[in-house]
Design a protein around this ligand. Structure first.
Ligand code: HEM
Length: 320
């Protein structure tokens, strides 16, 4: 019988104390360690399940690229949610520092950087001929229905900043959340101008997520990023934090949107007659960031910068 070193005995003691606390038996836990298998990589990351999640609707090989790139994007969006969770938590408990704020905003902006640089997979990585065929079997589904993308918007800024540019004179900071939601920019993009009829894509989307978005807006009134910045003590509002917020704003509202609309044009624009979007939006009037004019932190940009908003890719401020 080997002697146990004082370090091991100390660890056993600590474990005993921890388990005693919850009336658990140390012997049972030691048994479970004896019988348990060693962990492996594929089980830990649920690889086999992950690799079964690609279910194309047609036999065109490139459809799997389309599905997987959307899935990759949604995983990045989920990474973003983790950062928003932590920021909101610190905001609520009054423990948010400028430095923590900066590092988390940079993480989100970094995730978007990865998506922006990889978006060419959606342009040069699929055969247009295949795309134009398999897309028909996806109608009326559209990336427009990405709930996580909308959550990123709602958790980044005040609801009023998500109101459609053409409706901004119809609302004020006194408007109720429901009034603001009625004029939210994406709704205007998927509604027929004359009749006010919603596309099926929008109807499905609101049915699934409408209540969630309103609840999220309510919950994040004081903990969305714009509110967190506003309420931060002046001394914590560093130049570096400001640069990080500007980079996030530029990446989500301009750089990603430009990559996306360029992809849409590559596949859907075919003069003289254009190809309709699966979600049924008048996408050329809707998708360009220079027409949407969405800005999360308007007070962090100069009038000149805002006048050029969305007209071309935006660079990071120096070494942010
Ligand atoms: C070939 C690639 C793509 C094309 C042709 C395309 C096309 C479109 C079109 C036409 C719309 C307008 C809504 C509609 O009528 O369907 C749209 C919206 C949208 N798509 Fe895509 N898309 C592509 C890739 C992606 C990817 C990879 C994502 C990642 C999740 C995505 C996310 C979105 C989002 C979030 C919107 C709403 C944008 C906004 O409201 O400004 N799309 N897309």
């Amino acid at each position: 019988m080997a002697d146990f070193s004082p370090e091991i005995l100390d660890k056993l003691q600590q474990l005993q104390t921890k388990l005693n606390d919850k009336q658990q038996d140390l012997g049972v836990y030691l048994d479970s360690m004896i019988y348990a298998d060693y962990l492996n990589y594929w089980d830990y990351i649920q690889l086999d399940t992950l690799l079964t999640l690609q279910k194309p609707r047609t036999a065109f090989p490139d459809e799997k690229i389309f599905i997987m790139y959307h899935q990759i994007t949604e995983l990045y969006f989920k990474l973003c949610q983790l950062e928003y969770d932590q920021l909101a938590e610190r905001g609520k408990s009054g423990t948010l520092t400028g430095e923590f704020f900066r590092t988390r905003v940079l993480r989100i902006a970094n995730y978007f950087d990865a998506l922006i640089t990889s978006f060419r997979i959606m342009r040069d990585g699929m055969e247009r001929e295949q795309f134009l065929k398999y897309r028909l079997s996806l109608t009326p589904a559209s990336g427009f229905q990405s709930g996580q993308y909308r959550m990123i918007e709602i958790r980044s800024t005040d609801f009023i900043n998500l109101v459609a540019a053409k409706s901004r004179d119809k609302v004020s900071s006194q408007s109720s959340l429901t009034d603001l939601f009625d004029h939210i920019y994406w709704r205007s993009g998927a509604t027929e101008d004359g009749s006010g009829k919603k596309t099926l894509t929008l109807q499905q989307f609101e049915e699934k997520y409408g209540a969630t978005f309103l609840a999220l807006g309510q919950e994040n009134r004081d903990t969305n990023l714009a509110a967190l910045w506003r309420n931060l003590p002046e001394v914590e509002k560093t130049e570096e934090l400001k640069k990080a917020l500007r980079w996030l704003d530029a990446n989500v509202n301009v750089n990603w949107k430009l990559q996306h609309v360029w992809s849409a044009s590559h596949y859907l624009e075919k003069k003289p007659e254009d190809i309709a979007a699966t979600g049924g939006t008048n996408w050329k009037q809707y998708l360009p960031p220079s027409l949407q004019l969405n800005v999360f932190f308007p007070e962090l940009w100069s009038a000149e910068e805002l006048a050029d908003w969305g007209k071309g890719p935006m660079k990071r401020d120096g070494d942010v």
